[in-house]
Design a protein around this ligand. Structure first.
Ligand code: NAP
Ligand code: GCO
Length: 266
């Protein structure tokens, strides 16, 4: 085993929506493994915030304003990245949103919005980078899936539909382009402490923990929420040559949630 297989030296990695949160942590790990970091976010304010945060970590990142649901903008951004940095070797489809609304109260517009960002965008961005990867003779696409790629729960119908779809898009990209030496895998994070999940961890007016927070901790064999850093090792593995025969797989990084039936009543 050559440990250099885990290195990302000389690779160009584009992580979408990576000004903060999970995407930022993955980018930090890719930098540590030797890759050049490219990220985008939806507006200049977020990109500037990201650039500052990368700079504070000593990382020279290339930031672009790009709404990943807009195909023309994505195609333009890929052209710019090719010209400014080079052809992308690693794509992480990380940008995502959630709307927590009971299905009967959810508008079709809200449902479509979530599908657009969480499912259509990974299709659009993957489609835009694949030709460059195929020409280069290799490529890694990592889709950030979810517990909701496997499980349902109240209020997240659109998110679960999108993340379940993203799991199958992952398998289909593997099926169509595995022969071109493209590996497309997913990471399924468990419950990770980021701004996206902050409402689920908010302290109650009496100072006690949010009931959902307690529920998640009791449902997780690791007995804690995950941190964005928990995703770094798996993300480096799936971007590196060490995973060249891993394709169409979803790697769940969830502290064991999916393995566990839940606490028996006392
Ligand atoms: P986050 O904190 O909300 O970060 C997501 C980033 O994507 C934000 O910077 C967001 O910008 C950006 N974004 C949203 N829509 C975009 C668009 N159309 N174009 C470009 N960028 C856009 O989320 P996170 O918790 O780090 O999650 C990252 C990914 O992991 C998401 O796909 C999420 O579904 C997934 N995930 C999260 C968890 C968790 O527990 N946190 C678990 C499993 C999976 P704004 O700030 O403007 O929204
Ligand atoms: C929710 C959460 C989740 C997580 C994550 C789990 O409301 O249930 O936001 O969906 O963010 O995707 O893997």
């Amino acid at each position: 085993m050559n440990m250099k297989d885990f290195s990302l030296e000389g690779k160009i990695a584009w992580i979408t929506g990576a000004s903060y949160g999970i995407g930022f942590a993955i980018a930090e790990a890719y930098h540590a493994a030797g890759a050049t970091i490219v990220f985008n976010d939806i507006n200049q304010e977020l990109v500037d915030r990201g650039l500052k945060a990368y700079e504070e970590k000593g990382i020279k990142a290339h930031g672009y304003v790009c709404d990943v649901t807009n195909e023309d903008a994505v195609i333009e951004t890929v052209k710019k990245i090719n010209a400014d940095v080079g052809v992308i070797d690693i794509l992480v489809n990380n940008a995502g949103i959630i709307r927590r609304i009971p299905m009967l109260e959810m508008s079709a517009a809200d449902f479509r919005k979530v599908i657009d960002v969480d499912l259509n965008a990974p299709f659009i961005v993957s489609k835009a980078v694949l030709p460059g990867m195929i020409k280069k003779g290799h490529g890694k696409i990592i889709n950030i899936c979810s517990m909701m790629s496997e499980l349902g729960r109240e209020t997240v119908s659109a998110y679960a539909a999108a993340k379940g779809g993203l799991k199958m898009l992952t398998r289909n990209i593997c099926s169509e382009y595995g022969g071109a030496n493209i590996q497309c895998n997913g990471i399924g994070p468990g419950y990770i402490a980021t701004p996206q999940t902050a409402p689920l961890r908010e302290r109650q007016p009496d100072g006690s923990r949010h009931p959902f927070d307690q529920f998640i901790v009791s449902k997780t064999p690791a007995a804690r929420w995950g941190n964005p850093e928990d995703l770094q090792g798996p993300a480096v593995f799936l971007a590196s040559d060490a995973s060249n025969f891993v394709n169409g797989h979803i790697l769940y990084v969830d502290g064991g949630i999916l393995a566990y039936i839940g606490k028996q009543p006392s």
